[in-house]
Design a protein around this ligand. Structure first.
Ligand code: AMP
Length: 114
């Protein structure tokens, strides 16, 4: 299977504005921001969709949430609030098939997000 665009970012083969990284997770600014803060939290190990994540990866998914929470606190948007989104497959609007969670914030968010 060829590398996803996010694997290329993880391997530093293409540039990204990386804001957080540890052994399991990388986070970088979305290239097409939908809010003043729009960061993608990405597990370094690839699962194409949320449907592909097995039961024994609950810790990874939890750590993804906690990484976003910590980042939101660190940049001062946590108190006002933010939105976390994971899109799955076509009806969810998923376009990159390497699971990722959107952190959106920095201003009041209107209705939907696609
Ligand atoms: P989704 O529609 O949930 O699969 O979201 C994929 C997101 O990845 C979109 O918001 C894109 O703007 C974003 N994206 C695609 N390519 C890049 C890239 N090279 N660097 C940063 N964000 C990207």
């Amino acid at each position: 299977m060829s590398d996803s665009i996010f694997e290329k970012i993880i391997k530093r083969q293409i540039p990204a504005d990386i804001v957080f990284e540890n052994d399991d997770i990388i986070a970088f600014r979305d290239i097409s921001p939908q809010a003043p803060v729009h960061v993608l939290f990405v597990p370094k190990r690839r699962f194409d969709t949320l449907n592909d994540v097995p039961d024994n990866e609950a810790l990874l998914l939890g750590n993804l949430l906690l990484a976003a929470q910590a980042y939101a606190k660190s940049i001062g948007i946590a108190e006002n609030g933010y939105r976390l989104v994971m899109n799955c497959n076509s009806h969810g609007g998923q376009t990159v098939f390497h699971i990722h969670m959107h952190l959106l914030g920095g201003a009041p968010l209107t209705g939907g997000f696609a």
